[in-house]
Design a binder for this molecule. Structure first.
Ligand code: SF4
Ligand code: SF4
Length: 352
């Protein structure tokens, strides 16, 4: 893969130009230590050293709420259009790139791939950006700390703490032909990284590796969960959990949704899909008011089981990329990694 160099000034010029031809979203500060992907305004406003956004990029391909179709009083049915321009997400971290790849797998796995997801995905271009882990990240454990594919371009910032240095340079990997096209002929004019610069990139990667403070061995998790389905830990977690659903809503790989019909007073109606969460009390409630998982302990266990066992058995890998959002967002401090450490390290039968 070719690695090119682009200066901070060239990056600014490129984003300024790109924002005129596509819908460009970038990571922006939205409060103390809070970031969101927002439409690009000026280069000075975006934050290239952010750690994570509150909501993951999944909201662009699987929105929190989406009208599937409208039905007029005449009976005519229409599907809302999407904007004609491509949507470019700049600054997506490796865990979130891997999260979108998991969504791609899930939404194309039905007999008929999810058309609503596919059409949003088709207009999405992904520009990755390297990052440094904080105390909630465990993407390395989930093998999602780098992205071999799933991006059109990837920017490596080997000096993320220093954004204002005048001669600052980013290294750029080309992922797809679309990425090359996005650079608008610059790929031929940008210099390739010199061997000693690639060495510096490697050193940065090693520095990043050593910055992780959370560690987990995912290979033993399925066994740990299966063996300990009756463990009192689940009851304690059930007592602690508020069933607020935030861990699911903020998760880049959670895909539960609900569908409802709404009516207006003129006789029109809409079918709407919105995010749901398996932690909600009514998630497994069916006709006759029967609830398959009435207790919070059952619902939280189900979430962990699904992520590390159910999804992995169906698709060959767990549906967790180690982004740390559920850890950071949980209002009662339920810690994804500590739960598994408790199950896996202390409770697995010890080999004689
Ligand atoms: S389960 Fe938690 S750490 Fe894993 S991808 Fe979802 S939000 Fe991130
Ligand atoms: S964020 Fe925490 S309290 Fe809320 S549903 Fe998830 S585990 Fe329960």
């Amino acid at each position: 893969m070719r690695v090119l160099k682009i200066s901070r000034d060239q990056l600014k010029k490129w984003l300024d130009e790109l924002s005129g031809t596509v819908d460009l979203y970038v990571p922006m500060p939205a409060g103390k230590q809070v970031h969101r992907f927002e439409p690009y305004t000026t280069f000075e406003e975006l934050d290239l050293s952010y750690t994570r956004t509150v909501l993951p990029p999944k909201k662009f391909v699987f929105p929190p709420e989406e009208v599937l179709f409208n039905r007029a009083p005449s009976g005519e049915t229409t599907v809302p259009d999407l904007p004609a321009r491509d949507l470019v997400l700049f600054g997506v971290h490796p865990c979130d790139i891997n999260g979108i790849r998991i969504l791609d797998t899930f939404f194309s796995s039905f007999d008929k791939p999810d058309w609503y997801y596919q059409r949003r995905r088709a207009r999405l271009r992904i520009v990755g950006l390297s990052c440094l882990p904080d105390e909630h990240c465990f993407c390395r454990s989930m093998d999602c700390d780098s992205a071999a594919s799933g991006f059109d371009l990837f920017f490596h910032d080997i000096d993320p703490e220093n954004q204002d240095r005048g001669e600052k340079v980013f290294f750029v990997s080309l992922g797809t032909v679309e990425g090359d096209i996005m650079l608008a002929d610059r790929a031929d004019t940008l210099p390739e990284a010199e061997p000693e610069e690639l060495e510096a990139l490697l050193e940065y990667t090693e520095r990043r590796e050593s910055a992780y403070t959370l560690d987990l061995d995912p290979s033993i998790l399925p066994q740990a969960i299966k063996l300990h389905q009756a463990d009192p830990l689940w009851d304690r977690l059930g007592e602690q959990c508020l069933a607020c659903g935030v861990c699911s809503l903020g998760c880049p790989t959670c895909t539960c949704f609900n569908i409802r019909d709404t009516n207006d007073l003129e006789g029109g109606s809409s079918r709407v899909r919105n995010w749901d969460a398996c932690l909600y009390r009514d998630f497994a409630r069916v006709a006759g008011d029967h609830n398959f998982r009435p207790h919070r302990s059952e619902r939280i266990q189900n979430r962990y089981y699904h992520k590390q066992v159910g999804f992995a058995e169906a698709f060959g890998k767990p549906s967790c990329v180690g982004c740390g959002r559920c850890i950071k967002l949980c209002p009662t401090g339920i810690h994804f990694v500590e739960v598994f450490q408790s199950l896996a390290r202390e409770r697995l039968p010890v080999d004689e």
